[in-house]
Design a protein. Structure first.
Length: 596
């Protein structure tokens, strides 16, 4: 028999590694920009065409590479960041594995122009599918210029599963934001299809956050700074009024590297207990400075998951740091006691003479003087006589002794009862039906909006004064990608340029709701979509949840009747689109058992 185990060719091994490192155009930009940062660049330009499908170009003014280094940089595990295994626990650079450039070259056509400051002439390198097709001297400025074209040209299956340009551009902006927030001392620019999306000048961290996410963040941020022997925590947290239900900007950075950490996220949100409503998220931009030996970043190809040696202690430090920031800047609301009906205490005036109180008494009062004895009113006497006689009630008021439910029951009672502004109760043939009014309205509206998607027949209610919606670049890219979908459910939105949009109309029947807040929530939900059908469902669900009858709203019998009729005309009356129960029935036998 022949041997079964054999080594894979380099071309196949590189594509497998690329599947871990290069998943989409945003991954290419992340790796190339991080390399530019490690090279000491002070200016980095990123140019993208067709959301990275056609071309990605990253230009920096860093150290550059020699002819030999340029050729070697595209080999697997070729890196200048580490020399031995112990260096993995003392990392001060963004990259270290040496797989990024090899993975990019394996699935794209790459052109590199690079030159060091000591060299008179640079190097030009062309690669496609891990194979070098050209290497020659070339005139170029100091630094590196990477141009990646036709991503996944040799892996059609992976290219086929790329999302729409709007979704991929949103992912590119998200990856770009995670880098620029760490290095406010570097000038970054980002262009898409020739249009400038971001131009971030050098400045302070607060200025960089404001440049990326908008001027409103300048007033909503509180500085955090705590120094301990274990770690240093700096950055900013949002004020309680900056909380959002969805789409809040939450960023952790450890030694300049972006990190996801649900455990630490809970610590930050715990500091806002009783300051924000349940389910609201507060934005934060927090930076940890930790000894590299105390963390491990080499546990995931994307390097966004970091393991801490003393997670619980860091959790306590983080919680105390956020609480200290809230208390230091008086963002914890003062206790407002109820002063209605309390006596007014005048201020002390030392110049005013205060007269002593004068005793007052009734000189005619005599406790031994006889008074007219009080008599019981005749009306009370009559009541006692009536109670003693115990007359029988009239025949019309005699209790009905006929058995209950002898007559045939109708399917559903035309009269309904609302309990605590939350539940609707109505009699049905099998017992007592209890319906959650908020969830019932969600189900009704969801199916209505889904029908609008398919038929494009939504009614638009024009706004008397159009409102302006200002978004950050990643949110603007998401909104531009879903403009046809939100138009199908009744929104009239037009672009004004500069990540601004004019809201000219909204779906009919949403009186009293803020169209700008609704659109922000729709954008946050749409950013998590996977397919077009999922996008339709997310948008319909988000809008239905926002417009549904809230808990506590008092309904008339006619309104309850209309809602119940609409509910029973839906395809699924038992559950909301996200699987929560809409109604339940208390069986007749259980009621009789309780009263038996």
């Amino acid at each position: 028999m022949t041997d079964l185990i054999h080594l894979l060719p380099d071309s196949v091994a590189n594509q497998i590694a690329a599947g871990e490192v290069i998943q989409r155009p945003a991954s290419v930009i992340k790796e190339l920009v991080e390399n530019a940062v490690d090279a000491g660049a002070k200016t980095i330009h990123v140019l993208v065409v067709d959301a990275g499908r056609t071309s990605i170009q990253v230009i920096d003014d860093g150290k550059g590479m020699s002819e030999t280094d340029a050729r070697l940089s595209f080999e697997r595990h070729a890196t200048s960041k580490i020399l031995k295994a112990d260096d993995l626990f003392a990392l001060h650079t963004m990259g270290f594995r040496g797989e990024a450039l090899a993975s990019i070259a394996a699935v794209a056509q790459v052109e590199l122009l690079t030159r060091r400051s000591d060299d008179e002439i640079g190097t030009r390198l062309l690669l496609a599918g891990s194979k070098v097709s050209l290497q020659e001297p070339a005139a170029c400025p100091v630094g590196s210029n990477f141009k990646v074209e036709n991503l996944f040209f040799n892996v059609p299956a992976r290219r086929k599963f790329l999302k729409s340009n709007a979704t991929e551009l949103s992912n590119i902006l998200a990856a770009f934001e995670r880098i620029v927030l760490v290095y406010p001392n570097i000038h970054f620019t980002l262009h898409h299809n020739g249009a400038e999306l971001l131009n971030l000048k050098t400045g302070t961290l607060r200025q960089r956050i404001t440049d990326v996410f908008g001027k409103q963040y300048s007033q909503d941020l509180l500085p955090v700074e705590v120094h301990t022997a274990m770690c240093t925590v700096t950055g900013f947290v949002g004020k309680p009024e900056a909380a959002r239900k969805k789409g809040s900007h939450d960023y952790f950075f450890v030694n300049g590297r972006y990190m996801r950490h649900p455990y630490f996220h809970k610590a930050v949100q715990s500091a806002y207990d009783r300051l924000v409503s349940e389910g609201m998220q507060v934005p934060y931009f927090l930076y940890f400075d930790v000894d590299p030996a105390e963390i491990d970043v080499n546990i995931h190809p994307t390097k966004t998951e970091i393991k801490f040696q003393n997670e619980q202690a860091v959790w306590q430090i983080l919680l105390a740091a956020v609480r200290d920031a809230l208390g230091k800047f008086c963002e914890v609301p003062s206790i407002d006691f109820d002063v209605q009906g309390s006596p007014e205490i005048p201020l002390f005036d030392p110049t005013r003479q205060v007269a002593p109180p004068q005793p007052r008494y009734n000189s005619d009062y005599n406790p031994f003087k006889s008074h007219r004895e009080s008599s019981v009113p005749e009306a009370w006497t009559d009541l006692y006589e009536i109670a003693a006689s115990g007359p029988e009630a009239p025949l019309s008021e005699q209790p009905d002794t006929t058995p209950l439910f002898e007559t045939p029951l109708i399917e559903r009672s035309p009269s309904h009862y609302q309990y605590k502004g939350r539940y609707m109760m109505t009699a049905v043939k099998s017992g007592l039906m209890i319906i959650d009014q908020h969830r019932a309205d969600i189900r009704v509206r969801f199916e209505r909006y889904m029908e609008h998607f398919h038929q494009h027949s939504a009614n638009v209610q024009r706004l008397l004064f159009p409102e302006v919606l200002q978004l950050i670049p990643s949110e603007a890219a998401t909104l531009e990608g879903i403009l046809p979908e939100i138009a199908a459910i009744g929104f009239d939105v037009s672009s004004l340029g500069g990540n601004s949009f004019s809201v000219n109309g909204m779906p009919a029947g949403l009186d009293g709701l803020d169209p700008v807040s609704l659109l922000r929530q729709l954008v946050a939900d749409a950013a998590q979509n996977t397919q077009l059908s999922d996008l339709h469902a997310r948008l319909a669900m988000s809008l239905a949840r926002s417009a549904a009858i809230p808990y506590g709203q008092v309904l008339t019998n006619e309104e309850m009747e209309s809602l119940i009729n609409d509910l029973f005309s839906c395809s699924n009356v038992n559950y909301t689109p996200d699987g929560k129960a809409v109604l339940c029935i208390l069986p007749q036998t259980d009621i009789e058992h309780l009263l038996g």
